[in-house]
Design a binder for this molecule. Sequence first.
Ligand SMILES: [Zn+2]
Length: 377
Amino acid sequence: MICYHHSEWGVDYATLKPEVEALLNEGIKKEEDSSKKKKLEQKKEQILTNLDSKLQAFNFWKEVKVPVKPGIPEDWIFDPSRNITRKRLPWEINIHDRSNKKEPQLAYFPASPKVYHFHPVAFVEQMRRIGGCFCDRDLTVQELKEIIVSLRKSESSIYTGDNKENIFFKSNCNLPSEDKTYERLVEELNKAFKKYEINTCIRKFHFIAQTYHETDRYRTTKEYNESASYAPFIGRGLMQLTWESNYKMYKQYSGKDYIITPDIISNDLFNAIDSAGWFWKQGKKLSVGSNWKAPSSAPSYVTDKNPNYPKTKISYTTKGQVKNYGTIDLNLIADDDYVDVISWLVNGGSNGLLERREYLKKLKEIFEYDKKCINKK
Ligand SMILES: [Zn+2]
């Protein structure tokens, strides 16, 4: 919480009292326990009673007022308390406008009379995060832009022409134009990160590396091949949800009918991102069981890692029939930093494997993951 009110250094009791009282009332209102509420009321009366003397103690500015005597050089003053003439201290020059014979001014205070108060713990937390890692905080527009532009620059054929920085500009991408902005993208991404627990640097980097590849570098939300054998259930959204069965599973989860209108996954930014978050957390369809280990048919770059992750059973109904599948939370694999395993589960093969590895590496480099992340294993 951040509170703001007048500074107790610059105003009188009559001005500050109602502000302090309103602030304390806010806190009392939130307390549900009646005996604690009563104690807070008493505390409030005590604070308000002491406020006047506290303010008088703070308001010592008039006491530092110094007389202007003719004949004393501009940067000197007569100090009546010690009956001497001495050079001004730097702050005295600011508070005493000698030429206009004005009263001392609180020159070091900002023009606004409002002062912001941060809880010290929150303040330290925030300072620690500035320029720090992405664990438990939102990405900013600037950071997301830096991610996408840096990734594009890492592939010379991508960072060309008029669309170096533009997103979702491919002709098959039918997002509304107001959603083709970094502001909207970061807003929806941050929402999905919270909803699907993509809440550490490494989880975010893995998610972005995969979706960056799936969306053809954040240039579209839809597969280019409209006449694929599995059409109309072609790849859509940031994780390219594909095949009717996956559309059905996501429909069951979200309650929106993606079977009748599959295009709403690629034409709506929320759906495009939410479908990706859902896939990441619980949309990868596997057999029902307690743990996922790589099948022997998996490529060696997967089996080498000896993956062993808990599976969750998801049930859904389609055409009156209950269906079950086991799924795996890809966050857990991201925690182990197994990009090859995630790539294989996302893609079902090795398409873009090298790029996905590179994107992840690049993201770690740009944000100095090794040095900055507070949760790095
Ligand atoms: Zn971190």
